[in-house]
Write a protein that binds this ligand. Structure first.
Ligand SMILES: [Zn+2]
Length: 170
C-alpha cells in the first residue's frame, strides 16, 4: 500500500483514492507508506507545501521533522508554514515584522485606553462635584429666608465653577 488515502466528499459513497501527498507530488517522487511529510501535507492542500518548500527547502523540512518527536511535528509544520508565509510577504523581517507592527498597535491602544480612563475619572469627579453643589444649594435654599435666594444662587455658581476647575486641573 502506497500514498495517502483521500475520501472524496463530492461523491455519495466515500470513494477511496490513492494519491501521493502534496510534498511528494511537488517533489515528483514516490510517496512511500512511511512518508514523513504525508501526515502534514495532504494532497488537497498543495500550496501549504510549496510555500514551506520555497522558504525552507524540502530537505530541511524533512530534517527538522525527523529530529522532532511525532507529537510535535504537526505544530512544527504549522509554524514553518506560518513563518514561510510571513517571510514571502516580508522577506526582510518575516514574522518579526508582523510582531513589531502588532506591538506598536498594542502600545497605541494602551495609550488610548489610558486617555479614556483619565476622561472617565475626570467626569466622575465633575459629577461628584455637581452633586455636592446641588446638595449645598438645597441646604442653603431650605435654611435661608426667601429674600436671599438670589444671593445663594450666586454662591452656588461660584462654588460650582471652583469645584469644576479643581477637578479639571487634577
Ligand atoms: Zn509523501
Amino acid at each position: 500500500m502506497e500514498g495517502c488515502i483521500v475520501t472524496s466528499p463530492s461523491s455519495p459513497q466515500s470513494v477511496v483514492v490513492m494519491s501521493p501527498c502534496a510534498a511528494c507530488r511537488v517533489l515528483r517522487r514516490r510517496c512511500v507508506q512511511k512518508c514523513v511529510l504525508a501526515p502534514y501535507f495532504p494532497p488537497n492542500d498543495p500550496i501549504k507545501f510549496t510555500t514551506a518548500h520555497r522558504v525552507f527547502g524540502a530537505s530541511n523540512i524533512i530534517k527538522f521533522l525527523q529530529e522532532l518527536p511525532e507529537e510535535q511535528r504537526a505544530d512544527a509544520v504549522s509554524s514553518m508554514v506560518y513563518e514561510a508565509n510571513a517571510r514571502l510577504r516580508d522577506p526582510v523581517y518575516g514574522c518579526a515584522g508582523a510582531i513589531c507592527q502588532l506591538q506598536k498597535q498594542v502600545n497605541e491602544l494602551q495609550q488610548q485606553l489610558a486617555q479614556a480612563q483619565a476622561q472617565i475619572l475626570n467626569m466622575h469627579c465633575q459629577n461628584a462635584n455637581l452633586n455636592m453643589a446641588l446638595f449645598y444649594m438645597d441646604m442653603s435654599q431650605s435654611s435661608l429666608p426667601s429674600s436671599s435666594n438670589d444671593h445663594s444662587f450666586d454662591n452656588f455658581f461660584d462654588e460650582l465653577g471652583f469645584l469644576c476647575d479643581q477637578s479639571l486641573s487634577t
